[in-house]
Write a protein of this length. Structure first.
Lengths: 58, 479
């Protein structure tokens, strides 16, 4: 499989992993907002965007 | 930009804030998929050197494009109903605007401008709400997450004047967690499931308009249609999460169902995006196109998140009778209570959605390019169907699921040149299994969590089966 597609799937899989992680890891607060919300709402989408743009030809 | 136009349609876009409001943390999965799925599809689209765009039978393309048009026109009908009018008042203007865009050559050349127009019209009310509230979305999220309960404010229109509550279709029950004095403003019977020391019995009362009734904890008010009700201030909103922390950090679904639902929604949206972006494009989108389209998707996700956070903070009444997409458009009016800008900003949101619908309709028409005047037929049939009240999100899931089950395996794995019949077999298996599982789920409602997830997302069965058929039937014959 294309490495870019695999990386995007990993970015996606990290969110359910945070939901199911032990010790309620996704609920840990960073700057007042939970880790799951930071990842699913900002970091994950931004990472996916940057990765896709980098993988595509000009 | 072109590659996100079909994807960022109102029925799919409004589902993101609705999922975040209703599901809290669980809704993040749909939000993440909303951005990542079309990016995934842009990488999965065939390379020009590998044969460029594939061609598919028009009937298969129609299975994906038709329900998406239907979902959006059904949403237009829902918006009209929510505004107090008949469904056709939303459906007919929307379909005429889409047909006008297709027929008017000058507008047809500049349709891509509709996406930034829609984006600005949606972001404007969000920016106004942030400014009026005096704090940023992160601070509001923290405030929401620490709320002990979601209660009716004394200024809420559901408290001061009374508002219609209840489903547009089906039956809904409002569960009361604490004693609540309720005043129905319309005449008619009032049906309540009363919990009497563990014994459930349904009681029916006939109240005169303005007469009140007190419901006790555990009682459930049955509603089979919109009914004007007046609630008591400072009481918990029925249907809202137990607390802010429950909304922010908990899952509302059982663990076994959650895993399969995550997988099902993921497969449906990823495959659906591949089916929408894959066929009909001459070559896969370049870096500049994806950068621009991706920026639009990120901005729309930010809009959806702001919308959800401000809705939960300032308008928990949206939970009454289930979170409905059209009701979300009223948010600026509810946040900026008493301000003359509220209705104007709500109107701006509506204009934004209309612009995105027109852009999506043009992009969908392009997917059917080469199939003659089929688009006019699609618009006519789906406009007629949209007059019947059907859930837009269910239609959208069906469209994307069908795309994931029959088109996505062919686009990602590629049709084997030595065995042209393998592609036909895979398409057939994908469609038949998808429709078969859906029909079986309607005829025999599933009981277990696994079967519930399979019926909710039939692509979980149909897509792997179609891929397997493509692999097996596509093997070159032995000499």
């Amino acid at each position: 499989m294309n490495r870019g597609l695999f990386a995007l799937l990993l970015i996606l899989a990290a969110l359910p992993a945070l939901f199911l992680a032990p010790f309620d890891l996704g609920a840990v607060r960073i700057a007042g907002v939970s880790l799951a919300w930071w990842y699913g709402g900002a970091v994950g989408p931004l990472l996916a965007f940057l990765l896709t743009v980098a993988r595509l030809p000009r | 930009m072109r590659f996100v136009s079909a994807w960022a349609n109102p029925a799919l876009l409004l589902a993101v804030p609705a999922a975040l409001i209703a599901g809290g943390r669980d809704g993040l999965w749909l939000g993440l998929l909303f951005v990542v799925a079309p990016l995934f599809a842009s990488l999965a689209a065939p390379e020009p050197a590998a044969g460029g765009a594939q061609t598919f039978p028009p009937a298969v393309l129609l299975l994906v494009v038709g329900p998406i048009a239907w979902a959006n026109l059904s949403l237009a009908g829902d918006v009209a109903t929510w505004m107090g009018g008949p469904r056709w008042l939303g459906v007919i203007p929307a379909v005429l605007a889409a047909a006008g865009l297709a027929l008017w050559p000058r507008a047809s050349r500049r349709w891509l401008w509709l996406v930034p127009i829609g984006l600005v019209a949606l972001l404007l009310p969000a920016a106004a709400m942030i400014r009026a509230s005096g704090s940023n979305p992160l601070a509001i999220w923290t405030e929401v997450a620490s709320q002990p309960a979601f209660r009716f404010s004394p200024q809420s229109p559901w408290v001061t004047e009374g508002r219609p509550v209840g489903p547009r279709r089906g039956l809904v029950a409002l569960a009361f967690d604490e004693e609540h004095r309720l005043t129905p403003l319309d005449p008619g019977p009032f049906r309540v499931e009363v919990n009497d020391s563990g014994r459930i019995q349904v009681q029916e009362w006939t109240l005169t308009p303005g007469q009140s009734v007190t419901l006790r904890p555990g009682d459930r008010l049955q509603l089979d249609g919109p009914r004007r009700l007046k609630f008591e201030a400072d009481r918990r909103v029925p249907g809202a999460p137990a607390s802010g922390i429950a909304w922010a950090d908990s899952s509302f679904a059982p663990r076994s169902l959650r895993l399969l639902s995550i997988l099902g929604l993921g497969l449906t949206l990823l495959g659906g995006a591949v089916a929408l972006v894959g066929p009909g494009t001459v070559a896969r989108p370049g870096r500049a196109g994806v950068a621009l389209g991706g920026a639009v998707l990120l901005a729309l996700l930010a809009w959806a998140e702001c919308w959800a956070i401000y809705a939960v903070r300032w308008a928990p009444e949206l939970y009454l009778g289930g979170v409905a997409g059209p009701a979300l458009l009223e948010l600026p009016r509810l946040v900026l209570r008493g301000s003359p800008w509220g209705p104007l900003l709500a109107g701006a949101g509506l204009v934004g959605l209309l612009a995105l619908f027109l852009a999506a309709s043009h992009a969908l028409r392009e997917r059917l390019a080469g199939v003659g005047g089929l688009w006019a037929g699609v618009l006519a049939v789906t406009a007629f169907l949209a007059l019947l009240p059907l859930e837009p999100w269910a239609l959208m899931l069906s469209a994307l699921g069908l795309g994931a089950s029959c088109l996505a395996p062919l686009i990602v794995l590629g049709a084997p040149p030595a065995r042209p019949h393998a592609a036909t077999w895979a398409l057939g298996v994908g469609v038949v299994l998808f429709l078969g599982v859906t029909a079986a789920g309607r005829l025999w409602p599933p009981a277990g969590p696994a079967t519930q997830a399979l019926v909710a997302y039939p692509a979980l069965v149909a897509a792997p089966a179609a891929a397997a058929v493509l692999r097996v039937a596509g093997r070159p014959a032995r000499a």
